[in-house]
Ligand binder design. Sequence first.
Ligand code: F0G
Length: 358
Amino acid sequence: AHQWQGVLREYADRLDVTEATPVVTLGEGGTPLIPARRLSERTGAEVYVKYEGMNPTGSFKDRGMTMAISKAVEHGAKAVICASTGNTSASAAAYATHAGITAAVLVPEGKIAMGKLSQAVAHDAQLLQVQGNFDDCLDIARDLAANYPVHLVNSVNNDRIEGQKTAAFEVVDVLGDAPDFHFLPVGNAGNYTAYSRGYREDVAAGRSTRMPRMFGFQAAGSAPIVSGEVVRHPDTIASAIRIGNPASWQYALEARDETDGYFGAITDEGILAAHRILSAEVGVFVEPASAIGVAGLLERADAGVVPQGAKVVITVTGHGLKDPQWALRTEDGGEVAPTSVPVDTKSVAEVLGLVGPA
Ligand code: F0G
């Protein structure tokens, strides 16, 4: 039986992978592109959700990390470092340990989701909580890589972008052409840059006829690309994208202009509303940051920008189990309390509404 071989082997002809490259893979990529019927009904578009939470460590970072760690090992690296809001550190830790090298990860203290912190610790990373924000962590990681024997695996490393572009290849492989629109969350803008590159290469190779319009969304409290200014104290419940000075800012603006794209900002309330729609209408559980593309689609559809019948792909970037607490909040900020029942079938049936009261 065929088993998906991971993105380096599946797309070996489109990546800088040679005989000399030791392929470090956990089987990433090949994620589902799910037709989202109820989102299609809401918007009149033909909507698909690319579920990147299905990657080995639960986020799209694995596509870039298989490439970055493989190339690091090819170049003789014994240790890698990254700054992270959580998912990159989880992925770096898993791929480094699989390769038998060390991962050091810098995360903003108290600002990353428990699931992600647990992953980095479980996979044996040297985890340091920096008393600052993500942008501070990235500054230190870059400094360390420039001055010490440690290899940087943040998305400023081009190998990361190369690996992540495979997600666009998969979309085109499944749909037979690029969609009309691609919606996704934006933090450092590495993934926006990577999808743009993948779609661009597909056009150049004759695998697709056009690039999609690239629509990226930032949290309203952390929206430097939207405002055009660095945000010193970024704030949002979507901790994955709490970033004030995106590393790939310039690439992202170029790709926006090239594709007639767009950057928008979404409030935390909008993010949580989209999170509920993904959970309760599509059946896809994501972390808050990952829901922002859905919020973006609803907002742009309302604004009349998305024509009826347009093909829309939304990347949802990370698994809901990484940061599950948000599902247990009600719309007005209360706590969801599951109903307690006695050990009695008839009572349970009544509570479930299966029978009328006796
Ligand atoms: N969604 C999730 C779940 C993320 O973890 C990230 C970035 C993004 C979206 C944004 O992607 O940075 O390429 O624009 N997380 C990084 C990390 C910063 O450290 O895990 P981007």
